[in-house]
Design a protein around this ligand. Structure first.
Ligand code: AMP
Length: 471
């Protein structure tokens, strides 16, 4: 085995200069702030790993939006939360996703742990959910089992726009049911997710039948592609040998005419499989979910059977390039992973792509996401007032009153300005005099009228003013 140790590795410990920091928006260290004669220590700074990213407070409202949408849908459609570890046995994914797929062959973060076990950062969660379904005896409970998850996945792919090495997915899985309504429900949940966050999407859908049907189709596909070998790109020539179904994924311009003339899998499906697929489509018609029959859609993972689908943003050109969600039926996976046979289906939504597309859509349509709303602003003046303010704010919070405050601003003017920009209707002011009198001032921000009230009555009065039910 070739050892990578022999290769000299270039260590990119870039020293960050003050200029670099300025470029990134961070404040440059001020020479003046250091004691005379002392220079700022030049320490190594760290960058986020390639293909990974920080989720920053500026995007909080987007992450909240997608999390709330997922949570609400899960509750409504009765999917129970499941969280599985980020680390699993590597072979779990090799057996489920399959050799010859990009994920297994090229993208897994697989390594030996300290006990010599071959483990892997999960590249997706369906296999983990199936492991949990088998291992926790969920197959023994009333079927189907409907679960959902949210968390990071890891794929060491070539990073590019919308493709990360760590990315977040929300997923919904229905195990122990084979019924077209289960497939349709998953598509409905994913479709509703995007509707709820405000992103129009369209569904691409296909059926890839059973493994037997697929095998017959792949034979036909292979002989067709072999006859066109000289027109194919390098990658497709490899796919022809390693994973012929993936030939249908090729985006190379030169391969498109070949792809267009390729045999279509629906023609190789049995009547049963066709009729199952038709029933799924009938549900979508009934639900008015727009879909596009896409004979080239085969999905990148081996475990799929029958229905496969992807969701794409339905606006702009760039948006439609990459799927924001994908899923399908995987009737044989539970058995493949050692469980009692149980048909199943699932969908995974890519949250970074959902958020990026939503931002682009909102920008195009001049839609501004609302900031969290506060009911009142609490202004404090002086140290003692600050000390007491925390207590009063905590009490108000327990009564579901959303209080904004800023303890790093001490002047009343700046605090009133902050209150104004948040658009709150009332400001509660606690100054030195009020501390002594055990009172507070309530200022009506619209009229400017102020009243002095007893601290003990504050909660009651504020609730009355805000129309919050008093119990
Ligand atoms: P998959 O598990 O490949 O079916 O992917 C489901 C969804 O996850 C995709 O439609 C994307 O939205 C998202 N996704 C998959 N791979 C990545 C990635 N490398 N970076 C960001 N999002 C991804």
């Amino acid at each position: 085995m070739k050892s990578k140790k022999n290769k000299p590795t270039k260590v990119t410990e870039k020293k960050t200069t003050a200029k670099d920091k300025e470029k990134k928006g961070a404040a440059a260290p001020s020479e003046k702030a250091l004691p005379a004669g002392k220079q700022a220590p030049s320490k190594k700074t760290y960058n986020v790993l390639r293909g990974m990213h920080d989720i920053l407070p500026k995007d909080d409202k987007y992450w909240k939006l997608v999390s709330h949408a997922a949570e609400n849908l899960a509750e409504y459609f009765q999917f129970g939360r499941i969280e599985t570890p980020l680390l699993e046995e590597t072979s779990l994914f090799v057996r489920s996703i399959g050799r010859g797929t990009d994920v297994v062959d090229k993208e897994m973060y697989s390594f030996e742990d300290r006990d010599g076990a071959r483990v892997c950062l999960r590249p997706e969660a369906t296999a983990s959910v199936v492991r949990a379904y088998i291992g926790n005896g969920m197959w023994n409970m009333t079927q189907p089992i409907k679960v959902w998850y949210q968390g990071p996945m890891f794929r060491h792919d070539r990073p590019q726009a919308g493709r990360y090495r760590e990315f977040f997915q929300v997923g919904f899985e229905t195990l122990g049911a084979k019924d077209p309504s289960a497939d349709a429900e998953l598509i409905l949940v994913a479709y509703s997710f995007f509707k709820d966050i405000g992103l129009p999407v369209t569904v691409a859908i296909n059926s890839i039948g059973t493994p037997e049907e697929r095998e017959r189709y792949v034979n036909e596909l292979t002989s067709y592609y072999r006859s066109k070998r000289s027109y194919l790109c390098e990658e497709c020539r490899t796919r022809l040998v390693k994973n012929p179904l993936r030939l249908l994924d090729c985006k190379e311009v030169g391969c498109q005419p070949v792809k267009e003339g390729a045999p279509q899998i629906v023609d190789w499906l049995t009547e049963d499989s066709k009729s199952y697929f038709m029933k799924v489509l009938e549900y979508l018609d009934e639900l008015s979910i727009p879909y596009l029959l896409t004979p080239t859609l085969v999905r990148g993972l081996d475990y799929y059977t029958h229905t496969v689908f992807e969701l794409y943003p339905a606006f702009g050109e760039a948006g439609s390039q990459s799927a924001v969600a994908g899923g399908g039926r995987y009737d044989l996976l539970v058995e493949e992973l050692g469980g009692r046979p149980a048909p199943a289906a699932g969908v995974a939504i890519g949250l970074e792509r959902a958020i990026t597309s939503l931002k682009a859509y909102n920008e195009e349509n001049k839609i501004v996401l609302s900031e969290p709303k506060f009911s009142i602003f609490f202004a404090q003046l002086g140290d003692e007032a600050k000390r007491q303010a925390f207590k009063i704010i905590s009490e108000l919070r327990s009564s579901s009153i959303r209080v904004a405050f800023n303890f790093f601003k001490n002047s009343l003017k700046t605090q009133l300005e902050a209150a104004n920009s948040l658009g709150v209707a009332y400001v509660v002011i606690l100054g030195q005099k009020e501390v002594q009198d055990k009172t507070v001032i309530i200022r009506d921000m619209e009229s400017g009228v102020q009243e002095i009230v007893d601290q003990k009555k504050l909660e009651h009065i504020i609730k009355k003013k805000l129309g919050i039910e008093i119990r």
